[in-house]
Ligand binder design. Sequence first.
Ligand SMILES: Cc1cc2nc3c(=O)[nH]c(=O)nc-3n(C[C@H](O)[C@H](O)[C@H](O)COP(=O)(O)OP(=O)(O)OC[C@H]3O[C@@H](n4cnc5c(N)ncnc54)[C@H](O)[C@@H]3O)c2cc1C
Length: 345
Amino acid sequence: MSISVPDTLNSSVFTRREFVRQCGGTLVAFALPSSSLLKAANNMVKQEKFDVIIIGGSYSGLAAGMALGRSLRQVLILDSGKPCNRQTPHSHNFLTQDGKTPAEISLLARQQVEAYSTVRQHNALVTHAEQLANEFVVHTSAGEKYRGKKLILATGIKDILPAIEGFSECWGISVLHCPYCHGYEIRHQNTGVMGNGDKGFEFLSLITNWTNKLTLFTHGNSTLTVEQQHGLSRKNIDIIQTEMDRLEHKNGHLQRVHFKDGTSMAFQALYAPRPFEQHSGLASELGCEFTDEGYIKTDSMQRTTMKGIYACGDNVTRNRTVANAVAMGTTAGMMLNKEMIFEEF
Ligand SMILES: Cc1cc2nc3c(=O)[nH]c(=O)nc-3n(C[C@H](O)[C@H](O)[C@H](O)COP(=O)(O)OP(=O)(O)OC[C@H]3O[C@@H](n4cnc5c(N)ncnc54)[C@H](O)[C@@H]3O)c2cc1C
């Protein structure tokens, strides 16, 4: 029986259950006690490497893993367990999973991927990755080291939240970034929009589709043009320039916005598009190019500018939805498999 075992095999990576499954099932489990199993595992270390290592095991990484696992590739998915939507109570606009919690969607995804014996999933933070002549070597914060022929970066992005008290507690619950994800649930409510200048004006105009009870918070001096200000006043939309001080909330549900001048206003929701940074510095470390907006540059097949490295999900696009992350992950998996088939043929 040929068993593919990576060179870092240890109990934290391959659980007893996983090892038993690799060895062909319950017969081995009954025949060997735990310590013998691990000893046997260590003896079987073969310095083999994975076909593909996927860094980031949320929606995009798992979708890539499924496409590759179904293509009979030996895949390792490493994930640090911090998807960007983890605080949001319900995820919307992803067909078949509408209204589920983000955790429910990921759990189902992980279970479905786990069904493929070709794919291993492991909780780990990748701290460093290097490209050698014919392989990638990936290091984790726990000191583990993995080797792979190819790499997929599905590491997502991080929103940069302002230092306003209560903001981070409300993020994803009543302080929101996207009307397509949450606009329906807060339709017709008394809603604030944080923004300024052309971008703020454009974003606020978008939100008028879901509610006409709107106020624009410029959080400092307005940079709107006179024409834009007239446009807002024609629609009875106030512009508040006073800086926000804190958000009063109950378990993340916004009640009032308090301003630095001591005044306050009642609101049920606040839209706040935020700047972002890459969740991981790995793409930069590996030499991948970025777009002017800060996304990893990819082509339509999800190939980055570095050979053998693909990227998918939020880290490559402003089209930020679970559906799109999944679609891009599937594309990355399929296209990378195709590349490997032609290289091997
Ligand atoms: C508050 C909020 C609410 C949202 N609501 C919705 C919604 O209702 N509907 C919708 O369609 N979309 C929603 N989105 C967008 C959606 O969550 C994202 O588009 C989606 O999560 C992107 O998936 P991803 O796999 O690219 O990245 P993520 O889901 O962010 O996952 C990236 C993963 O990579 C891991 N990772 C990063 N670096 C490393 C590393 N060095 N080593 C190991 N692992 C690493 C992280 O821990 C994380 O698990 C929301 C986003 C936010 C912020």
